[in-house]
Design a protein around this ligand. Structure first.
Ligand code: PLP
Length: 350
């Protein structure tokens, strides 16, 4: 298969001239900036936010590059992963014509973005073991299929998707395979970042919202070949990441000693919680998890959800979701929070 990204870009995107900001056009050394109609006198904040931010976030990309081992030219930074997901639809999917493939149950934003962009969704439920149905995938792909979303570890099932299956897609599909690794830090299975050099149709999404403890900052990353990164940069809002966010993210990434400890604790707590939850009389199944949450099947999950909410403990009710009947998705909290959850469940009377 010979994959050329230009074959699947929407014609209007290929043709358009991107907005060229003042900071884009000049990139040398200068000391007087009178090119962007900013307030040269200052800002009410101590931070230098009277100036526009770096539209390409180069300092932050250098930092991410050194941590992830991906060159800056293969990194896109978005306002959460959600921005990258939306841009992929807008760049590659012609509304009312093209289609994408999703494997429910999975992360809700893929379908939301598809509907928002008027793009047909072809849903192929995961198999009973929560793995991909490759036969159905082959049957449903047609000349207008542009994107396949694979969430691994998957939200809300928690399992990793078999790498060999993802590689089968990459080798046979003439569109983009988007692998969402939001929970990769908690997984036994390794990131697919090393495969980027091999597959021009691979896009990997990661985020600072989960293991990195920065959900409030809104930083999502897409790793891909340079031609795809160039397209994302062409279509994004020119100043999509604020100066404050860029600075705080760099500061956070310079200070990551606790992150590894938190991840280790979350994994330990996850395994302990899985054992504890199994022992409750109304628990039917605790699914194995490679993420920082557990999917738990319980008798009358909705009632348990409401009982917990009444005690001020909020979990995620997934009982109406395909293949998740009577399931709650429970995020791993601190040891203390987890104990409080268990204590509440132990006195629950079905
Ligand atoms: C939480 C989550 C994200 C993170 O999205 P952000 O917009 O980066 O906060 C992405 N994908 C999945 C599957 C998630 O569960």
């Amino acid at each position: 298969m010979s994959f050329d990204i230009n074959d699947i870009v929407r014609p209007n995107i290929r043709k358009m001239t991107p907005y060229s900001s003042a900071r884009h056009e000049f990139s040398g050394e200068a000391s007087i900036f009178l090119d962007a109609n900013e307030n040269a006198f200052g800002s009410p904040l101590a931070a230098n936010v009277n100036r526009y931010p770096d539209p390409l976030q180069l300092a932050l990309k250098e930092k991410i590059s050194s941590i992830k081992g991906v060159p800056p030219g293969n990194i896109f930074i978005g306002n959460g992963s959600d921005e990258a997901i939306d841009l992929l639809f807008r760049i590659f999917c012609e509304p009312g014509k093209d289609n994408v493939i999703l494997y429910p149950p999975t992360y809700g934003m893929y379908e939301v973005c598809a509907e928002l962009n008027n793009v047909e969704v072809r849903k192929i439920p995961l198999l009973d073991n929560f793995q991909l149905n490759l036969d159905s995938t082959a049957a449903l792909i047609d000349d207008n299929t542009r994107l396949i979303f694979v969430c691994s570890p998957n939200n809300p099932t928690g399992n990793s998707i078999d790498k060999t299956d993802i590689e089968t897609l990459l080798n046979n599909f003439n569109g983009l395979v988007v692998v969402d690794e939001a929970y990769i830090n908690y997984a036994r299975q390794k990131t697919m970042i090393p495969e980027l050099t091999e597959y021009p149709n691979l896009v990997i999404l990661q985020t600072l919202s989960k293991a990195w403890g920065l959900a409030g900052l809104r930083i999502g990353m897409a790793f891909a070949g340079e031609p795809l990164i160039a397209l994302l940069n062409k279509v994004k809002y020119p100043y999509n990441i604020s100066t404050a966010t860029q600075q705080l993210a760099i500061e956070a990434l310079n200070n990551i000693s606790s992150v590894n400890n938190w991840t280790k604790s979350a994994v330990e707590q996850r395994e302990w919680m899985a054992e504890q939850l199994c022992q409750l009389p109304f628990t039917q199944k605790v699914y194995p998890s490679d993420a920082n949450f557990l999917l738990v099947k319980m008798e009358n999950a909705r009632k348990i959800y409401e009982y917990l909410a009444g005690k001020g403990i909020i979990v995620r009710d997934r009982s109406k979701v395909i293949l998740c009947e009577d399931c709650l998705r429970i995020t791993i909290g601190t040891a203390d929070e987890n104990k409080q959850l268990l204590a509440a469940l132990k006195i629950y009377e079905a």
